[in-house]
Write a protein that binds this ligand. Structure first.
Ligand code: SAM
Length: 313
């Protein structure tokens, strides 16, 4: 089974379990493994992520990989075999950090005063048995693309480990023996996985029930199920007129059904102009109504056909 399938399967199992137990509030715990824990403090101490932690929906434990390097200088990098520029993250500190943490209950962290002699015992040659399967995600530009669907899958997990690379990346044995999934936030190269990890934490957290004040907020965001995976249309607030541009009349009409239809059409139109690929996906998954398709056709959209020339509904 591919890594992403394992994640999806686990997510479905978790979700089924949650449904069987009734309306149990969903919570998530992230263990983040990084060489730069302070980078996360700003992002976690403001706004939605701060409130999610106050409500007990989100928990994040930051682990400094350097604490698990046992040489005098706490070295976490090494020269690449075969030569070439840059450095590569060494396997031992990363394996030791991840296995020590994930074999203990969530929330555990190395005591601050711990020195090398107080590190928990760890077997360098044998994998540590974890308490329960936890997705161990490497942030890497080579991973599968992180998007709203992956965020929704991850949000059904109780505990997720995020491993942030640095330098030229991580020793390949980390990928082959420790990591269960690899995620990229786009086709560009960052200096480290921390910003990518923060993006994942933020996007996953806002999908959890109880995190946003207005429950329909995340459900009606771009790419979400409430919008059939399409882009959200334009939004307005007061004043009604600004620099010669007025709010569309229908929005102030108080006519709920007309407002809803206008919003749907704007969402379709915006997606047609900016991300026609999303319309194709929505069509293939049967998320466009006849009315949607008629509207799109009136705007010049050509409905995709299947190989036998039949209309995809
Ligand atoms: N040499 C690597 C390559 O070409 O694939 C890039 C290494 S990058 C300078 C250092 C680290 O930043 C990576 O190990 C990864 O953790 C993180 N990173 C960089 N770009 C990323 C992206 N688009 N998505 C997720 N993580 C990224």
């Amino acid at each position: 089974m591919a890594q992403s399938d394992v994640l999806e399967q686990r997510a479905d199992d978790e979700s089924d379990k949650a449904c069987n137990q009734g309306e149990t509030p969903r919570t998530i715990h992230f263990d983040v493994f990084t060489l730069f824990p302070p980078m996360f403090l700003g992002a976690l101490s403001e706004s939605i992520l701060a409130r999610a932690q106050e409500k007990g929906i989100l928990q994040v434990t930051l682990h400094d990989i350097r604490d698990y390097a046992t040489d005098r200088h706490h070295t976490c990098d090494g020269y690449p075999y075969g030569g070439g520029g840059g450095m590569v993250m060494r396997p031992e500190p990363v394996f030791r950090a991840v296995e020590s943490v994930l074999s203990r209950p969530s929330g555990w962290r190395l005591p601050e005063e711990a020195n090398d002699c107080q590190l928990p015992p760890w077997n360098r040659d044998e994998p540590t048995i974890l308490r329960q399967p936890v997705p161990i995600v490497l942030l890497t530009p080579q991973g599968r693309r992180f998007n709203q669907e992956v965020a929704a899958q991850l949000s059904r997990q109780r505990r997720v480990a995020l491993v942030c690379g640095r330098y030229e990346g991580v020793d390949e044995r980390i990928r082959t023996q420790l990591i269960s999934d690899e995620l990229s936030i786009g086709d560009f190269v960052l200096s480290g996985g921390e910003i990518a990890a923060m993006a994942v934490i933020d996007a996953v957290t806002r999908t959890l029930p109880g995190v946003l004040g207005d429950e329909s907020g995340a459900y009606n965001d771009s790419f979400s199920d409430g919008l059939s995976g399409l882009l959200e249309g334009p939004q307005y607030t007061r004043p009604n007129a600004f620099r010669g541009e007025a709010v569309p009349e229908v929005l102030a009409s108080g006519h709920h059904a007309r407002v809803e239809r206008w919003r749907r059409e704007q969402s379709l139109l915006r997606t047609l102009k900016r991300r026609p690929d999303l319309l194709l996906r929505a069509t293939e998954s049967g998320q466009l109504t006849l009315e949607d398709r008629q509207f799109l056709s009136s705007q010049g959209w050509q409905a995709p056909t299947d190989p036998e020339g039949l209309f995809l509904s």
